[in-house]
Write a protein that binds this ligand. Sequence first.
Ligand code: BDR
Ligand code: CA
Length: 312
Amino acid sequence: PRKIIIDTDPGQDDAVAILLALASPAELDILGIVAVAGNVGLERNANNALKVVELSGRTDIPVYAGCSRPMRRKLVTAEHVHGVTGLDGPTLPEPQIALQPQHGVDFIIDTLMAAEPGTITLCTLGPLTNIAMALVKEPHIASRIAEIVMMGGAYFEVGNITPTAEFNIYVDPEAADIVMRCDAPLTMLPLDVTHQVLTTSERLAAIAGLGNHTGISVAQMLEFSERFDLAKYDAKGAPLHDPTVIAWLLEPELFSGRQCNVTIETASELTMGMTVADYWLITDRPRNVNFLRAADADGFYRLLTERLARLP
Ligand code: BDR
Ligand code: CA
């Protein structure tokens, strides 16, 4: 199986992504889960990561806490989407397992430095603070990363936290800028993709109908987070963001896009955190990102539902 580290700010959609990865041990070996500040504060996000690991029964997976704030900006959170706890919806018991004592950034560095180069993939589901801090603290990790697969950014779909910025990039644009320039292979699952995989009532009913604790909890999570988006977009369901990262690792043929340059806006207040994608290859800027643009939504939900059925 492919070795991965999941960096995340759970978040209902982060939780579903983590569960999808935990349900796929033949393909994915999760070395650790690292929490970052984002959807809510670090403490709550880390606690939510522990709850998700417990829900899945995979308490052997170590969970770390990383950075509690962006590199140079004040933390912006999204309680308006995810609720006060960050994981409102289902009633999940307080976790019995504890966080690892090591800082999440050091875990990322030590793990990459100890492994064969090119064997560890970083999956990022939140702001890129931990990854950028690791790159700054130990630049040698860059050439050892197999790939960074991130949910973040938007181009044709533009923005969700400001008219031109996607939340994960907007929260820490300086961190995103460092990651875009790090020379490791990058794959981006932007809003362009996530706004195609909608949580319609049929799809959520199929997940709830699995009847296992995980399926029921996932449906409750997504019903909670979707009330924000449904009120906003005139659609049959809400976007589902972070699980696309894991789905891409499991079945890349569900997605399509192209290699192109992506640069982060870090100067203009009006467009702060915008991911400027040279999708039409107009410039000769380095093609640093595999920018995905489309998804097979039915195939994605088939995969998600089939995998969630394997958990308790
Ligand atoms: C991203 O922002 C967060 O609120 C979600 O968890 C997802 O990672 C979508 O813009
Ligand atoms: Ca997230």
